[in-house]
Design a protein around this ligand. Sequence first.
Ligand SMILES: NC(=O)C1=CN([C@@H]2O[C@H](COP(=O)(O)OP(=O)(O)OC[C@H]3O[C@@H](n4cnc5c(N)ncnc54)[C@H](O)[C@@H]3O)[C@@H](O)[C@H]2O)C=CC1
Ligand SMILES: CCCCCC(=O)/C=C/[C@H]1[C@H](O)CC(=O)[C@@H]1CCCCCCC(=O)O
Length: 196
Amino acid sequence: MFAKCDVTQDEDFKGAWDAAEENLGPVNVLINNAGIGNEKKWELTLNINVGGYIRGTMLALERLGRNQNGSGGTVINISSVAGVKPVPFGPVYCATKYAIVGFTRAMGHDLHLARTGVKIQALCPSLVKTDLLTDSVKNAISPEVGAAMAKYAEGLKEMTVETVAGALVKLLTEGKSGACMVVEAEKEPYYVNDSV
Ligand SMILES: NC(=O)C1=CN([C@@H]2O[C@H](COP(=O)(O)OP(=O)(O)OC[C@H]3O[C@@H](n4cnc5c(N)ncnc54)[C@H](O)[C@@H]3O)[C@@H](O)[C@H]2O)C=CC1
Ligand SMILES: CCCCCC(=O)/C=C/[C@H]1[C@H](O)CC(=O)[C@@H]1CCCCCCC(=O)O
């Protein structure tokens, strides 16, 4: 099914959730995935990459939280390797992905899990060659930085969408709330940043 959803808009997010329930039945997993890499439009990048994830998580807590008579569930936030190490090619992008790791660790803490019964987790993939990379090169802070990003990316080992999806299933099925899992080419996925 398809539903229009601009993640910066509350009404769109609620409408997409309702449409999913009407068409598919009860929802108990939300994956916050929409993201951009645009250093020139830094406020838009924050609104989508951070605001959209927080909006989605708050909606999931409202709809799924046991403290709201919900059934519990899981939110997976797609951060990035750029959320656990500084990536100089996209400083704003990097800041948004660090923000998501911090938000996930804090909101995923047992203090909240005990209240809501909703697990909050983050997946931090390394590079997959999607439109995001092309757009990020085009919208880098300067043409030179864009060129350096493209050159660096060329030198990286290829990682497939299937590898990322496999890690996501592992995180969803075995990961604790607050867990942040990194997935890189030719490595077993691993956890970082244990909760306090
Ligand atoms: N491609 C990569 O190397 C990596 C990507 N990520 C993250 O994975 C997620 C998905 O990225 P990709 O599939 O690679 O990029 P992509 O550019 O192929 O997909 C991003 C999607 O987000 C959607 N989107 C953008 N703004 C939106 C908005 N306001 N509302 C709703 N949807 C919106 C776009 O329409 C697009 O379908 C992003 O959060 C990205 O930061 C994380 C690590 C590595
Ligand atoms: C180590 C960072 C992995 C980043 C994967 C990702 O989220 C891609 C993001 C691009 C973004 O749109 C703006 C950027 O700066 C990113 C490109 C980064 C170049 C690849 C670095 C990959 C690596 O070292 O594993």
